[in-house]
Design a protein around this ligand. Structure first.
Ligand code: BTN
Length: 239
């Protein structure tokens, strides 16, 4: 495994997807700047400067493994635990946003890489507001915060990334063999939506119900008028 640092890329995810064969399992791409970073549902991921984290990790597989469907949830748990080592209390907004004080501080975008009709692996993209200027946070079109502003000092970017990689890799073998099931209870303890009435929507669907829990594949189990619906993606809003 190696870390490759670039001064500027359009997007670390896009770069890794386009050059997937050149990288090895667990290789990490970091950019000081992204000119065209993106998040879930192709939303823009704003570059708030070089002190922040724009990184992507290369995860390779021989064949499709159903456990991969919850790699973003597994990674959110590793990221939440990384924040905790800095003395703060993160919340996971299902499926994989990290919030502190109800404001977004990090996001994850896991993208599958398929070539010649074959599943090659996953590009795991992570954006963290680590050292942002308070004025710049208003450029983000949702309530956002940054770790330096919470702790009151600059954060060492490499220290944060190494901590994340350490926690991720410690737990990854069990994730691969046992699936998300082995992490479900730990993950659920960080969620802010259990037993709440929520609306969940994406560009195609919108559902309202009470969150019953998370299943063994990281899907949200929503009780809609007494029937349980298992949902794979979407944005939650509280009612
Ligand atoms: C989200 O919250 O919607 C996910 C945001 C993911 C942003 C990261 S920044 C590094 C990597 N490169 C990208 O273009 N996106 C991800």
């Amino acid at each position: 495994m190696a870390i490759f640092t670039f001064e500027s890329l359009n997007s670390t995810n896009l770069h890794l997807k386009q050059n997937f064969d050149k990288y090895k399992n667990f290789d990490v791409i970091i950019a000081d700047h992204q000119t065209n970073g993106y998040g879930r549902f192709k939303r823009n991921w704003v570059d708030l400067g070089t002190g922040n984290i724009f990184m992507s990790m290369c995860l390779k597989f021989e064949s499709f493994n159903k456990n991969m469907l919850s790699v973003a949830q597994f990674s959110a748990l590793a990221l939440a635990k990384t924040f905790e080592t800095f003395g703060v209390n993160p919340i996971i907004k299902w499926p994989n946003d990290i919030l502190i004080d109800s404001k977004k501080i990090a996001g994850i975008l896991a993208e599958s890489v398929i070539a010649d009709l074959q599943f090659k692996g996953i590009v795991l993209g992570i954006g963290v507001n680590l050292n942002s200027n308070i004025k710049d946070l208003s450029l983000i079109n949702q309530n956002a915060t940054s770790l330096n502003l919470i702790i009151g000092k600059q954060i060492d970017k490499i220290e944060f990334i190494n901590k994340f990689l350490e926690i991720f890799k410690q737990n990854y073998p069990l994730f691969l063999s046992g699936g998300f099931k082995s992490f479900k209870n730990d993950y659920t303890a960080y969620l802010n939506c259990i037993s709440k009435v929520i609306n969940i929507s994406d560009s195609n669907n919108s559902f309202t119900g009470i969150v019953k829990g998370i299943n063994d594949y990281g899907q949200l189990m929503l009780n809609i008028d007494g029937k349980i619906k298992e949902i794979s993606s979407g944005d939650i809003s509280f009612i």
